[in-house]
Design a protein around this ligand. Structure first.
Ligand code: GLN
Length: 313
């Protein structure tokens, strides 16, 4: 089935905005001090169809840090540069059933049988990005993310400084992954580049464009730029479905059927293949680390539009 018409899409977006605008459950992440400072009332919804039409409600201009949503696009970069089995062979594509910065998840299988969307696997993925030095690798990552968003993205320096000063746990995860042979090069360099990639500033519209590029078989629906070969997209979506919302990925998939990815900055993206990408920004998180309002808004909007790819009508 195809999507409902323009007015119905906009009505679904508006309804979710109104329904959840005053919901104040959850709390900003505070283990990265700068994230605790972000306005918890910030709420923006953007949906972009595979033909490039934008439907939105709320704040489309305020940037938050992309955080873990970046992991999807670094995975895509590695798969594009090094082949579709590169991630699968290095850290695996299985859910860990543990928090995103779990040391136990590494220890259980010596850093294998995890996935690129939790911190140890994500830092390992960042270490696999090609480039002649750290600056070159970083530039390549930032420009790839920018192509997905369709505009030049930049780092939110306060977030980067705050996380770089407090990311000892991620450094430890990287060291362990290195010890087990999953990190290419210097583990602390990989952690620093990973910290920068997590600090990239994005709006709800940027995130929706990034998601819509995946929904559109890897081609940005507005600029037309091909960013992921279409045959590499299903594997990326599969890992998002498996592990995109950490330990609550199963519950999310049960309710929506959508490959998705959350970040502790309050962003959440979801992909309805062939139909749309959607993103919501709302900083307060639940206990699993996923935005409360974003989960509710995306679930309602997608279900109203027939976005669930498992639903055949
Ligand atoms: N930069 C954050 C971290 O490494 C990302 C975590 C997240 O968004 N879940 O802890």
């Amino acid at each position: 089935a195809s999507l409902p018409d323009d007015t119905q899409i906009q009505a679904a977006v508006d309804k979710a905005y109104q329904d959840y605008r005053s919901l104040s459950d959850g709390a900003n992440a505070d283990y990265i001090p700068a994230l605790a400072e972000v306005d918890p009332a910030l709420f923006g919804i953007a949906l972009i169809t595979t033909d490039g039409k934008l439907y939105s409600a709320g704040d489309l201009n305020t940037q938050v840090s992309i955080q873990s949503i970046s992991k999807v696009f670094t995975m895509a970069k590695v798969v594009e540069e090094s082949g579709r089995l590169s991630i699968y062979d290095n850290m695996g594509v299985d859910a860990t059933g543990q928090v995103f910065n779990s040391i136990n998840a590494i220890e259980q299988h010596q850093g294998a049988e995890m996935n690129p969307l939790v911190n140890p696997g994500a830092i390992a993925a960042t270490s696999m990005v090609k480039g002649k030095d750290a600056a070159d690798i970083w530039h390549s990552i930032l420009s790839y993310y920018s192509d997905f968003a369709g505009r030049q993205l930049t780092v939110l320096d306060d977030v980067y400084q705050s996380e770089a000063a407090t990311n000892q746990r991620n450094q430890a995860l990287a060291m362990l992954m290195y010890a087990y042979g999953h990190i290419n090069g210097d583990p602390l360099q990989a952690t620093d580049i990973y910290t920068r990639q997590c600090s990239v500033g994005v709006t709800a519209k940027d995130l929706a464009m990034m998601a819509a590029t995946l929904a559109n078989a890897g081609k940005n629906p507005v600029t037309g730029q091909p960013l992921v070969q279409s045959e590499n997209v299903p594997e990326i979506l599969a890992v998002m479905a498996t592990a995109g919302l950490y330990d609550d990925s199963g519950k999310w998939l049960y309710k929506t059927g959508l490959p998705a990815k959350s970040g502790v900055g309050g962003g959440l993206i979801a992909v309805s293949p062939g139909k749309f990408g959607i993103a919501v920004i709302s900083p307060p998180l639940d206990a699993a680390g996923n935005s409360v309002r974003a989960q509710k808004a995306i679930t309602d909007i997608s279900n109203a539009l027939g976005g669930n790819p498992y639903e055949v009508s």
